[in-house]
Design a protein around this ligand. Structure first.
Ligand SMILES: Cc1cc2nc3c(=O)[nH]c(=O)nc-3n(C[C@H](O)[C@H](O)[C@H](O)COP(=O)(O)OP(=O)(O)OC[C@H]3O[C@@H](n4cnc5c(N)ncnc54)[C@H](O)[C@@H]3O)c2cc1C
Length: 292
């Protein structure tokens, strides 16, 4: 199918992009990599009147090492991040997460910020931003605001970005030395959207107990989410197999799992607990230095 008619606009600054968003209102949409938006337009699920292409806005194509965080501009392609030596060195979990996103040709066009703004409940990057406590910079006519990942995703394909606003960058904190991290998922074939998956970052104290833990899940519910009850079970405990199993059992207590053609609620809940256990186990092993 072909998309409905639309006007194509290419601003040369973030300010101009925001002005166009406000000028054209609800019908205006940011065009980043187009890997989600264009198929949605072809299927007539989305019918924007104006597409505002931000991929050539100067400054939005930068990956910046801030010392304690890596900031990724809204026009940075997923593959640029995937093959960035800086990101590999400072935020390797992000590189591992990107390997699970779609296929190489799609990652050459798709952007990291586009995936986050799209807020697909199956998004590996959304869950990774949650596990890493990323910060989103959202820009509108009245200026910019910083939004923590835990507040950014509010429902299926819905974020706190309001009409007239855009995401200009996202900052992923550098994982402290000695931390362990892991991402894993189940999908029918590699590159397909996940039916269930998890991401975890674990830091151990000098006594071997869990000093900090994050666990986020994706593909399971109406949005990617943090599994706070599971995290709380582990923090302050020795990360034994028993403690991890108990934490994994708590991973889904705060959500209703989705059902669709790929699996029932019960199937997803089962997979979710399995994958929560796997990523927690792998993250702990890495933190202990047992696996690189
Ligand atoms: C076959 C296929 C398989 C895929 N598999 C996966 C997968 O396994 N996992 C996964 O996570 N994704 C998957 N994707 C989606 C892919 O990762 C997309 O690239 C991504 O979701 C959207 O990024 P984009 O830059 O292409 O955004 P676009 O398609 O350009 O935009 C997507 C939406 O976000 C909005 N948007 C984009 N950028 C901004 C911004 N800076 N500010 C505000 N709004 C913005 C747009 O207006 C639009 O509504 C797949 C896509 C395809 C085609």
């Amino acid at each position: 199918m072909k998309p409905p008619r639309f006007e194509y606009l290419r601003p040369d600054s973030v300010g101009a992009a925001v002005a166009l968003l406000n000028e054209h209102g609800e019908g205006a949409r940011i065009l980043a990599g187009g890997q989600s938006l264009i198929p949605m337009m072809n299927f007539r699920i989305a019918q924007p009147s104006h597409l505002i292409d931000i991929t050539r806005v100067p400054g939005l194509d930068a990956i910046t090492d801030e010392g304690n965080a890596i900031t990724i501009g809204a026009a940075v392609r997923q593959s640029t991040v995937e093959y960035s030596p800086v990101v590999k060195d400072r935020c390797p979990l992000l590189v591992e997460a990107l390997k699970w996103v779609a296929h190489e040709p799609i990652r050459h066009r798709g952007t990291v910020c586009g995936s986050l703004a799209h807020a697909d409940p199956h998004s590996e990057l959304a869950a990774t931003s949650l596990a890493l406590n990323a910060t989103f910079t959202v820009v509108g006519a009245s200026g910019e605001r910083q939004v923590p990942a835990v507040d950014f995703f509010i429902g299926p394909f819905t974020t706190v970005i309001e009409s007239g606003e855009m995401l200009s960058s996202v900052s992923f904190p550098v994982v402290p030395a000695g931390s362990g991290y892991a991402i894993d998922e189940f999908s029918r074939t590699h590159g397909n959207f996940a039916i269930a998956g998890g991401v975890s970052v674990i830091q151990l104290g000098a006594d071997g107990k869990v000093a900090s833990a994050t666990l986020s899940m994706f593909g399971m519910a109406s949005r990617a989410f943090r599994a706070f009850a599971a995290e709380e079970r582990l923090i302050g405990s020795m990360p034994t197999a028993e403690a991890i199993a108990e934490a994994a059992d708590l991973a889904l207590v705060d959500v209703d799992c989705s059902a669709d053609m790929h699996g029932s609620e019960e199937y997803r809940a089962h997979l979710g607990r399995v994958y929560a256990g796997r990523v927690l186990t792998s993250a702990v092993a890495r933190a202990q230095g047992g696996s690189k």
